[in-house]
Design a protein. Structure first.
Length: 246
């Protein structure tokens, strides 16, 4: 018999943000392949005797190449096992879940997707920042600051997007990001935030005008999300009244 693969989103880090469907999938799994960015507590939901493989980092510290992960998924599914592929956030948001689903589908393997709580909105929310707000931001643009081919983000289109910008994987290149966006016409006084380790007990939030963000956020640990726009300024009004979960 051929097994199947369940692509599962594990949420942004707080184990409380794992879904019930994620827990059910983990309890069913014969083998779990997970990334680095998952709540450790998720692995407590795996049944005794199941195999757990960390494909985020291997012995030497480097990430297992995507092709190798795809091969592992295929091999275990062909062995007739229920394979859970556990990823941080949502599997289809900057997580290569789509690539894995295509490789499996092309190989004739059944794939189920369990959506996860993506950091897109959950991480700003954990910091008291609503990504939309009536009269303040009626749209959100989500982009990666670190494209697969190392290309620069399209600063011009980001600068004129309006509303809120949520930028993934920007921590290591805040300088270039701020310079690029300001050079493309975004005001250096745009309210900006870096949310580090959102939803985790050691979450840290830095807010500053965009022009000062690189200096203010230097040294923050990852993972981190950059949020730009007037919604960031709402944090000061929201935080006093709201008891955030983290
Ligand atoms: C490879 S992407 C995976 C995104 C994930 N699939 C999702 O839906 O949230 C990793 C990036 O997501 C962001 N990220 C994920 N979890 C985060 C967290 N708890 N706090 C801040 N940023 C986070 C960071 O920008 C990090 O570099």
């Amino acid at each position: 018999v051929t097994g199947r693969v369940i692509l599962v989103g594990a949420g942004p880090g707080d184990p409380g943000l794992l879904t019930r469907r994620a827990a059910e999938a983990l309890a069913q799994a014969d083998v779990v392949l997970h990334d680095q960015l998952i709540p450790r507590e998720a692995l407590d939901l795996v049944r005794a005797g199941a195999e757990v493989i960390d494909v985020g980092k291997r012995g030497g510290g480097e990430q297992v190449p995507q092709g190798e992960t795809n091969e592992l998924l295929l091999r275990h599914a062909r062995d007739g096992r229920v394979v859970v592929r556990l990823k941080g956030g949502d599997p289809f948001v900057f997580g290569r879940g789509g690539e894995e689903a295509i490789a499996l589908a092309e190989a004739g393997i059944d794939v189920e997707v369990v959506p996860g709580v993506s950091s897109i909105a959950a991480v700003p929310a954990s910091a008291g920042i609503p990504v939309t707000h009536r009269g303040v931001a009626d749209r959100v643009t989500v982009a990666t600051a670190h494209a697969a081919d190392d290309a620069e983000p399209d600063y011009a289109s980001l600068a004129r997007a309006g509303g809120t910008l949520v930028l993934f994987m920007g921590l290591g290149r805040l300088d270039a990001l701020a310079r690029g966006l300001i050079g493309a016409g975004l005001s250096g006084s745009t309210p900006a935030a870096v949310v580090s380790r959102g939803s985790l007990p050691d979450q840290a939030v830095i807010t500053a005008p965009l022009a000062e963000l690189p200096e203010c956020a230097a040294g923050l640990p990852g993972p981190a999300l950059v949020v730009l726009g007037d919604v960031v300024a709402l944090r000061e009004r929201i935080l006093p009244g709201v008891l955030l979960a983290s």
